[in-house]
Design a protein around this ligand. Structure first.
Ligand code: ADE
Length: 226
């Protein structure tokens, strides 16, 4: 899978793409991620990509031309399955959406910024706006990173333990069971006995019960969606 990210701040992605699971996914060629600086597509001598809003009002608006030129350039090189834009007023991202996006071959993520993006970008290019939650970030870059990370970990092969991504919280609308490692007794705080029993059937039952209890306590809304 290939993800092209259109941004004003490509440097922000360096650390995220260069570490941990995303780094490995890219090295092992499960995933290609390319960032494109929208300023490189500005025709302005100061590389400006924003302008005042028509009709007045506070804040600047990202112009359509650099975005359109960048998208057209990419589209001339390969076919894209979808173009997403990060925006606080988009549809809320979740695990199901991450699974769905991981099935695509080529997608573009446009990072929203400033007061907004010229609405014609949405009309002409954007398949779907995505929000990562009900709060406003300073820009869409962090949202694009979150989306990219969530996609990467569900691509088959990216996580070495095949079962691991599937047992993530939310995969079956349940939160994960708690996990423990050595020591089995930390200053009197003991690991649940059953996990040391070696009885897989009982351990799996215990884990499932923990998942249900946790979900009921912390996120009852997930159970109602069933
Ligand atoms: N840009 C600003 N806030 C955002 C959010 N919550 N999700 C996605 N993009 C955003």
């Amino acid at each position: 899978m290939r993800i092209d990210i259109l941004t004003l701040f490509p440097e922000m992605f360096v650390g995220v793409l260069g570490n941990s699971i995303l780094k490995r996914a890219i090295e092992k060629k499960y995933l290609e991620v390319y960032t494109h600086n929208l300023r490189d597509y500005s025709k302005d001598k100061h590389r400006r990509v924003d302008d005042y809003p028509f009709g007045g009002g506070a804040g600047m608006v990202m112009m359509i031309e650099p975005i359109a030129d960048c998208i057209e350039h990419l589209k001339s090189e390969r076919k894209y399955d979808a173009i997403f834009m990060t925006a606080p007023d988009g549809k809320t991202f979740n695990q199901q959406k991450a699974n769905e996006l991981s099935m695509y071959n080529n997608i573009i993520i446009l990072c929203g910024h400033y007061k907004g993006i010229d609405e014609r970008v949405r009309e002409l290019y954007v398949t779907e706006d995505i929000s990562i939650g009900d709060y406003v970030l300073s820009g869409g870059e962090l949202a694009a990173m979150v989306i990219t990370d969530a996609i990467a970990r569900v691509i088959p092969g990216v996580i070495s333990d095949g079962a691991s991504a599937l047992s993530d919280s939310f995969q079956d609308n349940l939160l994960s069971a708690p996990v423990f490692t050595r020591p089995s007794d930390y200053k009197g705080h003991k690991v649940p006995e059953i996990l040391l029993s070696g009885n897989d059937k009982l351990i799996n039952e215990w884990r499932y019960n923990q998942q249900l209890t946790r979900t009921m306590e912390r996120r009852p809304d997930l159970l109602q969606n069933e």
